[in-house]
Design a binder for this molecule. Structure first.
Ligand code: FAD
Ligand code: DLZ
Length: 510
C-alpha cells in the first residue's frame, strides 16, 4: 500500500527524512501552494515567487526521478485553502496506509500537522528534520541546567561535533574559537564588492511572478528585479559565486554597512539554505575547504561557519525549547506601534530609508542592517515585539518563524529578558556613522543630539538607557553606558529626553 508523502515549501531536499526510505514507484508525493501558507503574514512578493517557483521546479525534479507527485498550484478560488485540506483531498484519492512528513519548522503549522491523525483519521508519521546539526533533543540536553544560554559555548560544541576548523589534536584552527574582533572593518569602497549573483527568471519563474503579482498584489515588495535561483543547481552556483568572489572579504566587512551596496560581501545564501535547496553542513564544508586551500583567511571562514553552525542552530534550539511562550514575551513592556515607514521606506533617516528600500527591492537586507538599523530603531523606540517580529517575518525571502522570531524578539528587542543575548544591541548614531557612509548623505546631523536636525538615534538612545535603568543598570556590560549618562549635566539630560519625547510622538514624520 502506498504512503502519501507531504513535502513542505521549505523542504526541497532530495534526501529529506520523509523521502529517504520511500519508493518512487509506490509512494506518492504531495506538494501544495495554499492560501493559508501564502497569507499568514504579508509575505514579500519575492519570497512567494521564490518558494512557489522552487517548489514547482522541485516537483519536476522528483517526477524525472520517477516519483508520482500530486502538485496543487495556487488557485484563488480553490476550496483547498490549507495544507490539511489538500492532504485530506489526496488521501481520499490515494487511500494511503499513512501520511509521511518531515517535522515542520514552524510551531504554528507543526501543531496543526500533529493533529492530522485525528482530523484526517489516518496515521501520520512525522520524521525528525536531520538537515540541522543539533536535533531538538540534543539542544534541550545541552541547555538543561544552564541558567543562561550563550551561543559561544554551544558553538564550540558544534565545532567539536562537526570537526569543522578543528586540528587533528582537537584544537580550534588558529588557536582560538572566535575571530569576531576581526570582523569589524568599515568598508570605504575598496576592495570593490562583487556584483550580486543573478539568475534570470526562466519561463516557469516568469509565470509565477505574474501569478504572484495578480493574486498577491497588495503584499509587500516588488518582483521587478527577481533574480534568485530556484533550483538546487542554481543555488549551488550561488554558493560557488560566494566562495569565489565574496568569501575572502566576508570576515573583514561582516559588520559594515554601505550607502551604495546592498549585498557587500555577504553570502546571500539563507533563502536557499532555509528552503532546503542547500545543505548547511555542505555549505560550511565548502567554505572551510577554501581556508585549507589558502584561498580565504581564517577570520572570514570562521566568521561564516559561526553564523551557520553557531547562530543558526542556536536560535532554532531556543525556538523549539520555548515555543509557544517565547513568541508572547515582552519583558521591556513595549507599547508603541510599528512606524508606518517600515512598510514604505519613506523617512528622511538615510540608514533606515536605505535598509527598507533594499528590503522592498530585494527581499533581503544583510545582518547588520537588520540588527543595527531597522532592529536598533525598533528597540530604541519600544515597538511592540509582536509587530516588529511580524514585519521581519513578512519582508525577507529567508524568513521563517523558527529563525526570525529568536533573532528579532531575543537578539534585537531583548524582549526575552536577556535569555538569548547578554545585552541589548542598543546604539546611537555614532555606531552607524562608524560602520557606514550613510550619515554624510543624511538630512540629520549625526554629531548633534538635541537640535531639530539632530540624528534621531542619538536622543532615542539615551531615552532607552534612561527608561530601562531598572532592567540594565546592574548588567556589567551596560555599566559604562549608565556612568556616561549619569555624568552628563542635568540640563543636557533634560534636553536629550525632551528631544526623544518629541521624536517618539512624531516618528512617522521623521
Ligand atoms: P551571511 O551574513 O552571509 O551569513 C551566512 C549565513 O549564516 C546565512 O546565510 C545564515 O544562514 C546564517 N546566519 C547568519 N546570521 C544568522 C543568525 N543570526 N541567525 C540564523 N542564521 C544566521 N536569518 C534567516 O535566515 N531568516 C530570518 O528570518 C532572519 N531574521 C532575522 C531578523 C533579525 C532582526 C536579525 C537581526 C537577523 C535575522 N536573520 C535571519 C539572521 C541574518 O540576518 C540572516 O541570516 C542573514 O542576513 C542572511 O543573509 P546572508 O545569507 O547573506 O548571510
Ligand atoms: C512560507 C510558505 C509559503 C509562503 N507558502 C507555502 C505553501 O504554499 N506551501 C507550503 O508547503 N509551504 C509554504 N511556505 C512554508 C510554510 O508556510 C512554513 O513556513 C514552513 O513549512 C515551516 O517549516
Amino acid at each position: 500500500m502506498a504512503n502519501l508523502i507531504l513535502v513542505l515549501g521549505d523542504q526541497l531536499t532530495p534526501d529529506l527524512s520523509a523521502l529517504v526510505d520511500a519508493a518512487p514507484g509506490t509512494d506518492v508525493v504531495v506538494m501544495a501552494e495554499v492560501y493559508d501558507e501564502a497569507t499568514y503574514t504579508n509575505h514579500h512578493k519575492i519570497k512567494l515567487t521564490l518558494l512557489f517557483s522552487a517548489m514547482r521546479h522541485f516537483a519536476e525534479e522528483l517526477r524525472t526521478q520517477g516519483w508520482t507527485v500530486h502538485y496543487h498550484r495556487y488557485q484563488p478560488d480553490s476550496d483547498l485553502t490549507s495544507l490539511q485540506a489538500v492532504v485530506g483531498h489526496y488521501a481520499h484519492i490515494v487511500q494511503p496506509a499513512k501520511i509521511v512528513t518531515t517535522e515542520c519548522g514552524e510551531w504554528r503549522l507543526d501543531q496543526d500537522i500533529r493533529q492530522w491523525h485525528t482530523t484526517l483519521a489516518i496515521p501520520v508519521d512525522i520524521r525528525p528534520d536531520d538537515r540541522f546539526i543539533a536535533s531538538k533533543q540534543v539542544f534541550a540536553d545541552w541547555a538543561r541546567d544552564r541558567k543562561q544560554l550563550r551561543m559561544e559555548f554551544f558553538y564550540r560544541e558544534m565545532r567539536k561535533k562537526t570537526g569543522l576548523l578543528m586540528t587533528p589534536e582537537g584544537q580550534p584552527e588558529g588557536g582560538q574559537w572566535n575571530f569576531d574582533s576581526d570582523n569589524r572593518r568599515k568598508w570605504t569602497g575598496k576592495p570593490p564588492a562583487p556584483a550580486p549573483f543573478r539568475v534570470e527568471p526562466d519561463t516557469l519563474t516568469q509565470e509565477v511572478i505574474e501569478e504572484v503579482n495578480t493574486h498577491f498584489e497588495h503584499h509587500f515588495g516588488s518582483t521587478d528585479d527577481f533574480h534568485f535561483a530556484v533550483t538546487r543547481a542554481g543555488a549551488e552556483a550561488a554558493l560557488a559565486h560566494f566562495l569565489d568572489f565574496a568569501l575572502p572579504c566576508f570576515g573583514d566587512y561582516q559588520d559594515a554597512i554601505s550607502d551604495r551596496e546592498d549585498w557587500l560581501f555577504h553570502a546571500v545564501l539563507s533563502p536557499y539554505i532555509n528552503c532546503g535547496l542547500l545543505d548547511p553542513l555542505m555549505v560550511c564544508e565548502a567554505v572551510v575547504q577554501r581556508y585549507y586551500a589558502n584561498q580565504a583567511p581564517l577570520n572570514a571562514v570562521e566568521g561564516f561557519v559561526r553564523q551557520i553552525i553557531g547562530w543558526r542552530e542556536f536560535v532554532r534550539g531556543i525556538y523549539w525549547l520555548h515555543m509557544p511562550d517565547y513568541g508572547r514575551e515582552n519583558r521591556l513592556g513595549n507599547t508603541r506601534a510599528l512606524p508606518w515607514f517600515y512598510w514604505t521606506g519613506d523617512t528622511g533617516m538615510r540608514c533606515l530609508h536605505k535598509a527598507i528600500d533594499a528590503t522592498r527591492r530585494n527581499g533581503y537586507a544583510h545582518h547588520i542592517q537588520r540588527l543595527m538599523v531597522t532592529g536598533n530603531f525598533a528597540l530604541l523606540t519600544g515597538v511592540i515585539p509582536e509587530q516588529i517580529c511580524d514585519w521581519y517575518l513578512a519582508v525577507y525571502a529567508d524568513a521563517y518563524d523558527w529563525v526570525e522570531l529568536p533573532n528579532t524578539l531575543g537578539m534585537v528587542m531583548h524582549a526575552d529578558g536577556g535569555y538569548l543575548g547578554s545585552k541589548p544591541y542598543a546604539a546611537s548614531g555614532k555606531y552607524i556613522n562608524r560602520m557606514s557612509d550613510h550619515c554624510s548623505q543624511c538630512k540629520y546631523n549625526v554629531n548633534r543630539a538635541t537640535e531639530d536636525d539632530a540624528c534621531p538615534f542619538n536622543a532615542l538612545y539615551w531615552h532607552f538607557i534612561n527608561r530601562h535603568r531598572d532592567a540594565f543598570s546592574n548588567n556589567p556590560r551596560m555599566g559604562m553606558m549608565y556612568r556616561n549618562w549619569d555624568k552628563q549635566q542635568p540640563e543636557r539630560r533634560k534636553a536629550l529626553l525632551a528631544r526623544a519625547d518629541w521624536l517618539l510622538e512624531n516618528l512617522d514624520s521623521l
